[in-house]
Design a protein around this ligand. Structure first.
Ligand SMILES: *Cc1c(COP(=O)(O)O)cnc(C)c1O
Length: 403
């Protein structure tokens, strides 16, 4: 059949599909999907969970990534969504209905706490914060309305380690599900489903993406029924992921173990350097033997991520901006898990009642990237100069006052 020029712009000549075998994940784009016959078209909704019915509900690229995440999480099924935050909203909305109650640790990712309180609260879903150190004691907060318990271990910013198996046992006893924000450890260092958690969530934007240029989140579950509830909710919310982003995420996954191990080894050296600095009064890192959650971390985790916090002497607070501006390699930024080293400055005391143990003073969260150790220490050393001058000057003042 010969076609007009207009039609030829839309239909390239047919070409046989010879096998093309690349090691990279193929990127297949689609909103529209077409079908061979009427029966296939009319039954397309049945393929929402596994096959292909419309680009929004899954492409060969997104399904491959989901299968990969499921395998890495030790899950039956996994779902990828546009961000870690989207994953948290999705998991919570899929499980909870008006009249239900959520328990969330005070350390839960801040924007998710906001979403639960300010978005789901007015929809009739109640939430109560709990001290992340409660562990088995959470049994005292569970009631018959409690549908979901969130955990985040270690917690954002202050790195309390939670006894996840103990929380799971109490929650299941009371008929509640447990969802874990496992972004810090990722599936590589902690497998929530193996510890009884029902929904394992991670922000793939962090360690998996790994280069500060990708937004994606995942949910992994053991149970097909729960997967379908999540998938339905994702459909109702109109969540979809682009195949380019999936391929970027897959590319990140391939190097993730090597990047994480390298950054963790660098972080250990930086922690050791920081622990000798007079400016630093406390290091919040689960791998430190004096960390309160160290024993549970050692029991449950296969290692540590290169993300931890330090507490500075309170009198150094006015010098923070000057010191941060002097940093050449460490950038001021809230994310983590990428090749670039970052520092985030957040006051974890805001809105918390369980921080009596934290010494006063500014809290900095460091995410160690893949720059060379000596360059990172050199950067901290030169940037810390105003701190050191201040300490020397205040010591001199102290000496004069004592005389
Ligand atoms: C970054 C992050 C999120 C949110 O992920 P986004 O992809 O940025 O939306 C959730 N939880 C934790 C612990 C995070 O660090």
């Amino acid at each position: 059949m010969t076609t007009s020029d207009d039609t030829s712009h839309i239909h390239p000549p047919e070409r046989s599909r010879q096998p093309f075998q690349a090691v990279a994940m193929p990127v297949e784009r689609a909103s529209t999907i077409v079908f061979d016959d009427l029966e296939a078209f009319e039954t397309r909704a049945e393929r929402v969970y596994d096959g292909f019915s419309y680009g929004l509900y899954g492409t060969p690229t997104s399904r491959l990534l989901e299968d990969h995440i499921a395998r890495l999480e030790g899950a039956a099924r996994a779902l990828v969504v546009p961000s870690g935050m989207a994953a948290m909203t999705l998991a919570t909305m899929a499980v909870c209905r008006s009249g239900d109650r959520i328990l969330m640790p005070e350390t839960l990712y801040g924007p998710a706490r906001d979403m639960i309180l300010r978005f789901l609260g007015p929809l009739g879903i109640a939430a109560q914060s709990y001290d992340p150190r409660l562990d088995a004691g959470i049994a005292g907060l569970l009631d018959e309305r409690t549908r979901l318990v969130w955990v985040e271990s270690p917690g954002s910013g202050t790195f309390e380690v939670q006894d996840v198996p103990a929380i799971v046992a109490a929650a299941h006893q009371a008929g509640a599900l447990v969802a874990a924000d496992n972004t810090w450890a990722s599936h590589l260092l902690f497998k929530p489903l193996a510890h009884g958690v029902d929904i394992s969530m991670q922000a793939l934007s962090k360690h998996a993406g790994g280069h500060g240029d990708l937004l994606m989140g995942s949910l992994a579950v053991r149970d097909e029924g729960l997967f379908r509830r999540l998938k339905d909710t994702a459909r109702f919310l109109g969540y979809g992921v682009s195949p380019e982003d999936c391929a970027l995420c897959e590319r990140g996954l391939m190097t993730m173990p090597v990047r994480m191990r390298h950054a963790a080894a660098t972080a250990v050296e930086i922690v050791s350097w920081l622990s000798r600095r007079p400016e630093v009064t406390r290091i919040l890192h689960p791998a430190m033997p004096d960390h309160p959650g160290h024993a549970v971390w050692k029991r449950d985790f296969a290692g540590a991520a290169a993300v931890f916090s330090i507490v500075l002497r309170p009198e150094l607070a006015p010098l923070q901006n000057e010191v941060l501006r002097r940093m050449r390699l460490f950038k001021l930024g809230a994310s983590w898990g990428g090749v670039h080293s970052l520092i985030a400055v957040n006051d974890p005391r805001k809105g918390r009642t369980s921080l009596d143990w934290l010494p006063s003073g500014p809290v900095w969260r460091l995410s160690i990237g893949l720059e060379a150790l000596e360059d990172l220490i050199g950067d901290l050393e030169q940037a810390f100069a105003p701190f050191a001058e201040f300490a020397t000057a205040s010591k001199a003042v102290g000496r004069r006052a004592a005389e």
